[in-house]
Design a protein around this ligand. Structure first.
Ligand SMILES: Cc1cc2nc3c(=O)[nH]c(=O)nc-3n(C[C@H](O)[C@H](O)[C@H](O)COP(=O)(O)OP(=O)(O)OC[C@H]3O[C@@H](n4cnc5c(N)ncnc54)[C@H](O)[C@@H]3O)c2cc1C
Length: 394
């Protein structure tokens, strides 16, 4: 266990838990669940939960800042980051992976995942623990730090961690993901993963034959509402105005769908439901003009007010589009800067799934390996050859 953690533990006389603590996330109330997501060092209810296996750099001010050199720096610990770690480690690149503020990424905020191939059903946090263990087992060095600054103006690239550590890397894979936008209500937070969702593709299947609501009035909301009619008996679309900001063709489809009922000039006031087991039973909506409150019984609430890619580190240096998603070359994870690759939800405004993110993580690692071989001691390598398994026969 890093000395830093032992010091805190001894000084404060608090418990330390292993990363496996996260597996218990779903049994806790949302605020505790939220805090439990920071397995490399957080405190709640006077208990400190820490991964005993994750390297934590000394905090700035504690000692002289470290400098870590690596062939490949992976930023992000969702499915894209960990998959990149697996492939890059097996290519002997000895990658360093920095986890960020949400080790395990978005899937740690959900419960059942039923579309990860090979698992009929798996809990999101459990899946991410397994991905981390896999990346670590094949040699990825996993670091509990947050990159606060990234200099891509020259190679080697330099990243600075919140800890003060400097990471110097010949190539970088950006896998910082995206965030669903939320309304910010306490009751929304309470039922997240227990009836409140931001992903119809992920969670629609759980609402077969049930009444659900979709909040929003843009493309995302219309697409989600249409998709959800495959499962739900009724979808109420709640929108603050009486006009949708979506493509005409989608609006037409929505209006013709007998399962969808729009409720104009209303906004979500509160989600309510049972505490044990935690589950949504309905919502209260407020009329935006009269203030009148209406009760809508429902089992699922889909907040569909958009997504935002976590692009803070690169929004001024890399080309982005569609509201900030990083642009990559067609059929590739290469960005506008050679040696910088982007994978997962950070680049993907369309599919936003764990399996597609993992696939892009794989691509990024293979492409980084090819790049490093080319700029290293293997100039002139034939780049027309296919990458990956079976490449030698291509
Ligand atoms: C509630 C919910 C349920 C979902 N359910 C499903 C499902 O059932 N099936 C499915 O396929 N998909 C599901 N998804 C979508 C899936 O979670 C995402 O598509 C996937 O996690 C994206 O993976 P990623 O690796 O690109 O990024 P993310 O999972 O978003 O991970 C991003 C990572 O980047 C790190 N990071 C960010 N900024 C920094 C920084 N500055 N320094 C270091 N690290 C940083 C974060 O800490 C995090 O580890 C769900 C999403 C949500 C929100």
């Amino acid at each position: 266990m890093p000395k830093f953690i032992s010091l805190i533990r001894n000084a404060a006389g608090i418990d330390a838990g292993r990363f496996e603590t996260v597996a218990a996330v779903r049994w806790f109330t949302p605020p505790v669940r939220h805090v439990l997501r920071y397995p490399w060092g957080f405190k709640t209810d006077n208990r400190l939960y820490i991964s005993s296996e994750t390297h934590i750099p000394p905090h700035k001010g504690d000692t002289m800042a470290e400098t870590r050199k690596t062939k490949l720096l992976i930023i992000g610990s969702g499915p894209a980051g960990y998959t990149a770690g697996v492939y890059a480690s097996r290519a002997m690149l000895e990658p360093i992976l920095v986890q960020g503020i949400e080790p395990g990424g978005q899937l740690t905020t959900t419960t059942e995942v039923e579309n990860w191939p090979g698992d009929t059903e798996v809990q999101g946090p459990d899946l991410m623990i397994r991905m981390e263990a896999h990346a670590k087992a094949v040699g990825t060095e996993i670091i509990g730090d947050i990159i606060t600054d990234l200099d891509l103006s020259k190679r080697p690239f330099t990243a600075t961690g919140d800890s003060g550590t400097k990471y110097v890397a010949d190539a970088v894979i950006l896998a910082t993901g995206a965030r669903a936008k939320w309304l910010g209500l306490d009751s929304e937070e309470k039922f997240k993963g227990f009836g409140v969702s931001a992903c119809a593709t992920c969670d629609g299947f759980f609402y077969r034959g049930q009444e659900i609501v979709v909040i929003g009035g843009g493309n995302t909301a219309v697409e989600e509402a249409l998709f959800l009619t495959n499962f739900a008996s009724k979808v109420t679309l709640i929108h603050r105005r009486d006009e949708l900001r979506a493509e005409k063709i989608l609006i037409n489809r929505l209006m013709k769908n007998p399962k969808i009922e729009p409720l104009w000039f209303h906004e979500l006031e509160e989600v309510y439901g049972a505490d044990s087991p935690l589950g949504v039973e309905g919502i209260k909506v407020k009329h935006t003009k009269t203030g009148e409150i209406t009760d809508i019984p429902c089992k699922g609430v889909f907040v569909a007010i958009g997504h935002a890619p976590a692009n803070e580190l690169i929004k001024d240096t890399l080309e982005t589009h569609m509201g900030g998603y990083v642009v990559t070359k067609p059929d590739s994870t290469e960005t506008s800067i050679p040696g910088v690759f982007a994978a997962g939800d950070l680049t993907d405004h369309k599919y936003r799934q764990a399996v597609t993110s993992a696939g892009m993580g794989c691509m990024a690692a293979l492409e980084a390996e090819r790049f490093l071989a080319e700029v290293g001691d293997d100039h002139g390598k034939d780049t027309s050859l296919p990458l990956g398994y079976g490449a030698e026969v291509g």
